[in-house]
Ligand binder design. Sequence first.
Ligand SMILES: CSC[C@H]1O[C@H](OP(=O)(O)O)[C@H](O)[C@@H]1O
Length: 346
Amino acid sequence: MEHTGPVDVIRWLDPPAVALLDQTRLPAEETEITCRTADELIGAIRRLAVRGAPLLGIAGAYGVALAARTEDDVPAAAKRLADARPTAVNLALGVRRALAAWERTGPAGALEAARALAREEAEASARMAAHGLAALPGGPLRLLTHCNTGALAAGGDGTALAVVLAAHRAGRLRHLWIDETRPLFQGARLTAWEAERAGLPYSVLPDSAAGSLFAAGLVDAVLVGADRVAADGSVANKVGTYPLAVLARHHGVPFIVVAPTTTVDPGTPTGAGIVIERRPAREVTHPGGTAVAPEGADAYNPAFDVTPPELVTAFVSERGITQPVSTGSLRRLPQTHHPDCENEGP
Ligand SMILES: CSC[C@H]1O[C@H](OP(=O)(O)O)[C@H](O)[C@@H]1O
């Protein structure tokens, strides 16, 4: 059954507060939490109650707007917000934009900067959906996605999932394969929740089963998001993305990264320069709070991995479609004009 209506992922309240749909409670509960201080919002970011690179940028900007109304030292609160999670470049960008606006025009400026970024990301999502359809192979499509890249992670319909939704609306989605995405299960919990609401034909799969899908010829393209794209086109994204890129290359399947230009970081030359967040071992040893390993077991738990540009078939942003070239830069593809998109490259 298709549900309609927007998801209220983040809201500004007055008296000043930031209301969030608590993504750690999905899909069982749709619970809203209210952050009345920057540090309460930082806690929500750190436990992924709010998450996803573009949405983290929006949350960071609202966090500065909140600090501007509740804190004595706004720049210090902004620094704590920007440092809450290290990999998604959007977080620091959103904080920087709102802090600059506060310095110019005070609390009202910071709030307007946050609202403007939310509008920008929603517009970017619609453009990426249009461009992304053009980047996909022809015919009915069996698409594989990893982690969560919908409205719970970005503005509008999201990034990669916005392309999936556009394919569905165009009658071109044969099936959506959803990687469960351990250890926090963003795919099984969040993408499947969004797919259910949108009435998509989907199946959840263990991350470890993706290889057999490729081997059986059941994947026509892979669509993923990004948390940071370095200047050479290296892509930091949820851990488990790099193995999918290798599988896609081995099986001749297009591997498409969908991310707004706010996720591109020209200040980081290569993937080696991207800080990968390390998260607590307990997320691996106690998924959902249930021990699956001996008490005290150590765990290797990087939240992201880095895919080299040569494994990326195409990048889709709100500006268009680009392809990595051997020199480690990006080449814009000639594109048909989309009525709602300018043909500019990043
Ligand atoms: C549209 S960006 C979504 C991006 O963010 C996710 O990470 P997290 O759930 O830890 O915030 C994942 O890397 C997604 O691809």
